[in-house]
Design a protein around this ligand. Structure first.
Ligand SMILES: Nc1ncnc2c1ncn2[C@@H]1O[C@H](COP(=O)(O)OP(=O)(O)OP(=O)(O)O)[C@@H](O)[C@H]1O
Ligand SMILES: [Mg+2]
Length: 494
């Protein structure tokens, strides 16, 4: 007897010059948590977009839902079957209330002309109760934290009677505790017979919650495997086709002070933050999400000036009240939300890459030296293995992870004195992580000084020379990383 809910059969999807999916077949069972994994650009999001009716597979391939083939590939068809996708940005209506977000969908489907608020409230409350989540139904969704918005998105999916819930990298903006809550919800949905398709680049999270794994490589399906038959190494080999060494770099003690943060405080965000940064080192800043790490970085960069405290650069006190002043002083900042803030989606890779370095490659009249632009682009596309390697391709056509790489490259190319990167490998696959670590180390060898904010302790231990651990807006410890292990850091973070 087959337990299949969704059967994907021979699905191919071509874009001009790219085979995003090639003859992909696999089955998602009823009531399972099914992981979909693969390198950046392997075709995961394209697969989801076919399931949600945004793209149509090439003739010959089909999606069969509960034994019945899709008649057409449209959003309506897919919703009618009970497929709900939660994208990274959740697509909620942030100016509407919790109530409206959850219950408006089923209401509209019933084609009622009058809004029966009592009925809507009943639907919304029942759904939230099922998720054991308490929230003011009248709160506007935009005012809630990312984790709460995500629960509202799931509630909306339930109110729409989802049978397959797809989560595309849902955990990147969540704290550890929130991830655990999300997993508990995922497990309880599974108990109710709902199927979940879960996409993530975080292997520990995938193993914690998934029953089976489907692996994509370069648009092809490498097979579906039970969790019991997999471990990290096997999974990575299936994904990448080779073994990946997670290199631990030698730590350096540097002592030429380049920057000093003295008693930075800001009400409600952080208090008494003091540390030094030495030329040519990588300083890690870690701690739980919400510990104030990003706020401190934004304070240094002039996005979020502190209430009190001083900043010294090369021994001199400086005031940085806006990002322009920071850039002028040789500081660059790659934010965690780099996709929203850092990329002009309607422009090409080439144009995005040189946006920040236009001065260096244009002549006195402001004309861009196209030869220099081309050289620079090729150089950085190679370094970060951006795929497909087409400088003129519009960045909206890149996979999520490749867009991340373009933004990283764009800032690295400015060759700043001090580079601050927030979660540099968020959304980037395991294979490319090691490459990005190597690039950051190489940059320090060439004289750059780097602050890396990261929640991933293995990442901090691999690349940082020193680490600062933050807890509830304060620094709880500072350590030299040579010989340090994860437990040493964790005990100071919690
Ligand atoms: N609209 C499009 N036009 C052209 N090419 C596209 C389009 N959408 C995706 N692609 C290409 O299809 C391939 C698969 O992309 P997809 O977004 O499915 O990857 P992914 O597995 O989700 O990767 P990531 O982990 O980086 O999010 C990539 O080579 C991408 O550049
Ligand atoms: Mg994707």
């Amino acid at each position: 007897m087959s337990q299949g809910l969704v059967e994907i059969r021979g699905v191919t999807k071509k874009f001009p010059g790219v085979m995003a999916l090639q003859d992909v077949s696999f089955t998602i069972n009823k009531g399972e948590i099914h992981a979909l994994i693969g390198e950046n650009g392997a075709g995961k999001s394209t697969m989801i977009k076919i399931l949600s009716g945004l793209y149509k597979p090439e003739p010959g391939g089909e999606v069969i839902f509960s034994g019945e083939p899709f008649r057409e590939y449209t959003a309506m068809e897919s919703l009618r079957r009970g497929i709900v996708v939660i994208y990274q940005d959740f697509s909620l209506f942030s100016n509407l209330s919790v109530l409206e977000n959850i219950a408006l969908g089923p209401y509209v489907k019933d084609r009622k002309c009058f809004v029966d608020w009592n009925a809507m409230e009943k639907i919304a409350q029942e759904t939230l109760d099922k998720l054991q989540f308490q929230v003011d139904l009248n709160a506007s969704v935009g005012s809630l934290s990312v984790a709460k918005q995500q629960i509202i998105a799931i509630a909306r999916a339930l109110a729409n009677k989802a049978r397959l819930l797809v989560l595309d990298e849902p955990t990147s903006a969540l704290s550890k505790g929130e991830v655990m809550k999300l997993f508990a919800i995922m497990r309880s949905l599974k108990q109710d017979g709902i199927s979940l398709l879960f996409i993530s680049h975080k292997l520990d999270e995938l193993f914690a919650v998934s029953d089976r794994f489907t692996v994509f490589r370069d648009g092809r399906c490498m097979g579906t495997f039970d969790k019991e038959d997999l471990d990290d190494e096997r999974l990575i080999t299936l994904m990448v086709g080779r073994k990946i060494e997670y290199k631990i770099f030698n730590k350096n003690k540097k002592d030429e002070r380049i920057m000093e943060v003295k008693n930075f405080s800001k009400a409600g965000q952080f208090k008494d933050i003091s540390f030094t940064l030495n030329r040519g080192e990588i300083l890690g800043i870690t701690g739980l999400v919400g510990a104030g790490r990003t706020e401190v970085a934004e304070a240094i960069f002039g996005l979020n000036p502190p209430d009190s405290g001083a900043l010294l650069l090369n021994g001199k006190t400086v005031t940085i009240q806006h990002p322009g002043a920071a850039v002028e002083k040789g500081i660059a900042y790659v934010s965690e939300n780099r996709l929203q803030e850092g990329l002009v989606l309607r422009k090409s890779i080439k144009d995005n890459l040189v946006l920040t370095v236009l001065k260096g490659i244009s002549n006195k009249l402001g004309l861009i030296d196209t030869k220099k632009q081309a050289d620079l682009t090729v150089q950085w596309m190679e370094k970060l293995t951006i795929k497909p390697p087409l400088p003129d391709l519009c960045t909206s056509k890149l996979s999520g992870g490749n867009q991340q790489r373009v933004v990283l490259a764009k800032w690295l190319a400015t060759n700043p004195q001090i580079l601050i990167v927030d979660e540099p490998t968020n959304g980037i696959d395991v294979g490319a992580k090691a490459e990005i670590h190597q690039i950051l180390r190489d940059l320090t060898e060439a004289g750059m000084t780097i602050i890396v904010i990261s929640s991933e302790l293995p990442e901090i231990l691999a690349i940082a020379d020193r680490v600062i651990i933050m807890r509830r807006g304060r620094i709880s410890a500072e350590k030299f990383c040579q010989g340090l292990n994860q437990e040493d850091i964790l005990s100071k973070a919690i």
